[in-house]
Every structure is written in C-alpha cells, then in structure tokens.
Write a protein that binds this ligand. Structure first.
Ligand code: AGP
Length: 610
C-alpha cells in the first residue's frame, strides 16, 4: 500500500530517498515525506500529493545528511493532507517514524497516552505509534528496546522504520504483515518495502520475517525477533534488473506491460512444459502431488484481477481434470468460516503476494489444516512465504496499478496446473500434447493482436465519452468480460459491468439503448451460436456492439458496429488472447480522457489493509 525507504551510508541521503520514493510511488500516491538527521536535529519535509510535490520542496544541494527515512502514502487513517503525511514524530521531536500497515489498537493506546499528557496533531495511527515509542524511550533510554517494547503492545501490521537523534547513527526497522527488506550494499544499507527501491544500489537483499526487528548502522546490521531472540538472516539476490522497472520508451508502465505479454507468457511456461509427453513439470508442487491427485476439491482464493484469473482456472481444471473447483473472494473466504475438508487443496493467487485479504485467507486455510499453495509473482513476498509451496509466475515487476501481464501469466500457470492434473486423471497423452503445442503458439498470436493497436484506438476515440459499458462473454470468456470491465473502471473511471452473455436478458438488458457500448467476446467455440444470439438481442435494443471475434468470421460483421479480429486458438487458451484487446481498449480510452493511467485515483498497487 504505502512505500517506505530508509538509507544509511556515506552518500547524501536526500537524492537516494527521493529516487526510492519515485520507484515505489505505484504503491501509494496521496502524500509523501522524508526525515533526515542534520546538525543533531531531525529535519522532516512532507507534502500532500504526488512525490513530485515533495521533490519541489527538497533542496538537495543544501542537504549533507547520510541517514534518513521516507514514505509515500495511501491513506487508511485520516485524509490525505500535509499533517497526516508521514513521517510522524514523538512529542519530543527526537524520534521520527515511517510506517506501512495498520495499528489496530491505536485508539486505546491514544486514549491512554492522552491521559498521560501526550499530544497528537494528526488523525493517524502512525503518530500514535511514534508517541508511544517516545514515551517508552523516556523510561528505557535505549532506542531498540523502546521500539521492541512498543511493538509487543501493538495489534495490527507494520513495516516500520525509526530514526532518532537519541541514537543518530542508527535506523531501527521492524516487520509484521507488511513487506520489508534490507538491501546490503558496500558500506551502505537500504531498507525498503519494495525491491524496486533498492535495486539501483544493490541486488543483495534480506527479506525480513514477521516479528523481526533489525538495528542498522553504517557498520552492519543485527536482526532479532521482537521477543529478543537471534534471527538467522539469509542474503538473497533480486531476480530482476533496473531496466525492468523503467518505462523503456513507452508512455506508461501499463502499455509497456501489455506489450511485454508475449515474453511474460513464455516465461511462465518456460522449462515447465514437457511437449513430447503432453505433460507438465512443476517443481513447486512436487511435495503435494499425492494430495492433488486425491483432492476432492480445489479452492482458489484471490482478489480483483487475480480472482478473475482464478475463475478461468476453475473452468480449466474442471474441464481437463474433472476435479471440482470453487473460487472465492479472499475477503469473503476468511469471514464466512469456510468448510475445508481433509482432502481439499487451496490455491491463493496474488501478483504482489502482499494483498492483506489474500494473506488472511491463506492463514485461515492453514489454520483449518489445508494444504495451501501460492501462485505469486513477487519473489519473497508474504504470500509466497506463508504458503506451503507454490509456483512463481515469473512476470517480472508489474508497476502499472492496473494489472495486465500478471493476469495472463497467472492464466498460463493455471493452464499448466490444469494440464498436469488432467494428465494425472483422465487426459490422454495425445490431448496433452495438443494443449502443450498450442500454448507454445500463444506468444506469437499475442504479437499479432498487439499490431491491432491503431484499430483499437479508433474504437476508443468513438466511445471515450460513454458513461457506461457492458462486457459480455461466456464459458472461458466470462471471467475475461469481468476483467475487461474492471480494467476500464480502474483507469478511466467509466462505469462498466461484466456479465455472462446469457445473463444479460435477466436484468442488465434494461440498461441497453443507443448510448450503451457493449463489448462482446464471441470467439469460435461450442457456444458461439448462443453468443451470436445474445449480440442480436443487444442490437435489437440499439446497443453499440464491439465484438472480439476470430479472424475469418465474416458473419459477425453483420451484427457488430466494430469487430476486433484475433487469431484462433483452442477454447481453453482463448482468455490469453481475448483479454489483450480489452486491455488496449481501456488504455486508449483512459488516455483520451487524460487519466493518470499508471496511478489511478484512490487505488494502490498492493492492498495491504483488509
Ligand atoms: C487489478 O488491476 C487491480 N489493481 C486489483 O484488482 C488487484 O488485482 C487486486 O488488488 C489483487 O492484487 P494481488 O494480485 O496483488 O493480490
């Protein structure tokens, strides 16, 4: 949600902090701030708005400090304004903190601290934590102990950095439920919620575990648990390079990521497909092969776009392996006391690996004794670490808040799982080979779709002023209709709904008139004729029909205002193709409307609050 960064070393800190904030801005962008120590005093600058607003206030030439912390915020407690922006101070102005997460018992702590005479200036839970740490420091006179003792009393989640003039050559970092890593450089250390913020300086990182606290000075670091036991940190190497988190000539990360899909899909199946055997090898599932074969049911939990890919996975696994699959919003799963049987296997899908609802669902399923596997993009993320095992989708960093390449990589991995389970059950080697061979063709077919950009721009120009959109699809393409609608809503703020095409006549058809663009996915499969009839129903009510159809389908022109022709594939893999024109359509509509495509209003890339 928020992004935090700290630096301690020999370089001037302000540029490094600002650079880190810019790289993490996709995590939250309603305010930003930093604290440094200079001339034995904490200097804090913070400002409502994007990181660029803060940048305008920082005079790098006047800053010689080599230690500091910074934050980019997505508001949870308190409006986005200058006062609520981080960092927050204790009452003596000698302790400054940045925090990602939520202090759930902040209200009772605040009442107690107020009755002890402490004062508060902001509406945030973070300021309560700063003042609380300060109040303990007054008694123990040791910064690490003060932080540790405070955190023992705190309910909730935190990725936390603490800077203090009491011990001006240290940063204290702590983690519970919010991502945090230590970048280990040459005579310098960076602590951040995101590898993207440190990679320019070092690729060597330590991912903190929950309930760890680390004291960092120029000379080294020391990690313990909050219970004061020694931890055993492991240094790992960041898997991606700097170029992966830069726009590389594209106007927006979202467009770059849409265009990366031929490669990212390839990376998702690379080394995993056994073409000759018509089978799949997934090392991350090795330990649960028997549980999977004997599974009575598979439960998939996820949120947003990842939930939509889970729905595609449901169709795939049920069709190839005949195992019943249920897909649940992670946010609902946890709170409805789900029934999980001994032979059920749970898959959690998450791009970021940090989504609080999904993480909570993982913990709930584990508590109930389930085997829980992750399908995750970000290496070392909380969900990747919390699950019993799983599969990385290898899509590389996804910076655009609207998820695109992660969706197609998740579907690719789900198709591998479905194929593997199918081969363990009823699918013949021959059928397996057909699917495997077709999957290999998908990147090339996506390249062909990406060449349709000019056509899609023309359609976008025509409908950019529409206030509502409907998206219709059936079977494998019903979740794609949901995803198409979500993409449009997120980045252009146009109201859009996705429906199974046949459901339209049970209600949404009342909305259709000459002002309603209806995007219909009508690729050639066994329900093509039914979808064709659904299009006729839209036409009869004067709706404007934009159809995604297969090359060669001339008949569909007669019932469509616009047709986007895409290559044919087997029904199982169509979502990998049909979603691409929908991503582009949303992108160009949002561009016409001058929307902030990579940082849509009110959204954050990873939603680390429930
Ligand atoms: C997608 O475009 C969204 N920004 C959002 O729905 C996202 O998919 C959801 O928050 C889940 O995120 P995750 O995959 O990182 O868990």
């Amino acid at each position: 949600m928020c992004g935090i960064i700290g630096y301690i070393g020999e370089k001037r800190v302000s540029g490094i902090l600002m650079n880190g904030l810019k790289r993490m801005e996709y995590r939250g962008y309603d305010s930003a701030g930093l604290s440094i120590i200079e001339n034995d005093r904490i200097k804090t600058i913070k400002k409502k708005g994007k990181v660029s607003e803060l940048e305008n206030l920082v005079d790098h030439s006047a800053v010689s400090a080599t230690i500091g912390i910074a934050h980019t915020r997505w508001a949870t407690h308190g409006f986005p304004n200058d006062i609520n922006a981080h960092p927050h101070h204790d009452n003596s102005n000698s302790i400054s903190i940045v925090h990602n997460g939520i202090i759930e018992n902040y209200s009772s702590l605040k009442t107690k601290l107020k009755s002890d005479g402490y004062t508060f200036y902001s509406d945030t839970d973070t300021e309560v934590l700063a003042v609380f740490i300060g109040s303990i420091y007054e008694k123990v006179k040791d910064l690490e102990s003060a932080v540790r003792l405070a955190l023992r009393e705190v309910d909730g989640t935190f990725g936390l950095l603490v800077l203090s003039t009491h011990e001006p050559e240290k940063i204290i970092a702590a983690r519970r439920g919010s991502p945090l890593l230590l970048g280990v450089g040459n005579n310098e250390y960076l602590i951040a919620s995101d590898a993207a913020a440190v990679i320019q300086y070092t690729k060597q990182v330590i991912y903190f575990n929950d309930n760890e606290i680390c004291t960092i000075s120029k000379d080294g670091y020391h990690i313990k648990t909050i219970d004061n036991e020694e931890a055993a940190p492991i240094i790992e190497e960041i898997e991606f390079d700097l170029e992966h988190i830069e726009k590389g000539g594209f106007d927006h990360f979202m467009l770059k990521e849409i265009f990366e899909q031929p490669e990212t899909i390839f990376d998702a199946f690379r080394g995993r497909l056994l073409i000759d055997e018509g089978d799949v090898k997934l090392g991350g599932l090795r330990t649960i092969m028997e549980s999977l074969r004997d599974a009575n049911r598979i439960i998939i939990t996820a949120c947003g776009t990842s939930y939509h890919s889970g729905l595609v996975g449901e169709y795939m696994i049920e069709s190839l392996a005949g195992i019943p699959v249920e897909v649940e919003y992670a946010s609902e799963f946890r709170y409805r006391n789900p029934i999980i049987g001994k032979n059920d296997v749970v898959f959690s899908i998450s791009q970021s690996g940090e989504t609080a609802d999904t993480l909570a669902a993982v913990k709930e399923a584990k508590k109930k004794g389930a085997t829980v596997m992750g399908i995750v993009n970000v290496v070392g993320s909380s969900i990747a670490r919390e699950t019993h095992g799983g599969i990385y989708i290898h899509a590389g960093p996804e910076i655009g808040v609207a998820s695109t390449k992660a969706f197609t990589s998740q579907i690719t991995v789900l198709s591998l799982i479905a194929l593997m389970l199918g081969r363990m059950k009823k699918l013949s080697k021959y059928e397996g080979q057909l699917i495997a061979k077709e999957l290999i063709n998908i990147p090339e077919k996506i390249k062909q779709i990406l060449e349709l950009t000019d056509e899609i721009k023309i359609i976008a120009n025509k409908y950019s002023n529409a206030r509502n959109f409907l998206y219709l699809g059936r079977g494998y393409n019903f979740p794609v209709a949901l995803e198409g609608a979500l993409k449009l809503k997120e980045i252009s703020y146009i109201h859009a709904e996705g429906y199974p095409a046949a459901e339209m006549k049970h209600g949404p058809i009342a909305l259709i008139d000459e002002n309603m663009p209806v995007v219909v996915i009508a690729t050639k499969d066994e329900i093509y004729e039914k979808v064709f009839s659904n299009i006729e129903e839209v036409r009869a009510r004067k709706g404007k029909v934009i159809t995604i159809a297969n090359i060669g389908d001339e008949k569909i022109r007669d019932v469509s205002d616009h047709v986007i022709y895409i290559p044919e594939t087997i029904p199982l893999l169509t979502p990998l193709l049909t979603v691409v024109p929908l991503q582009l359509l949303s992108y160009y509509i949002a561009l016409n409307l001058n929307c902030d495509i990579d940082k849509p209003r009110n959204l954050a890339k990873s939603v680390t609050v429930e």
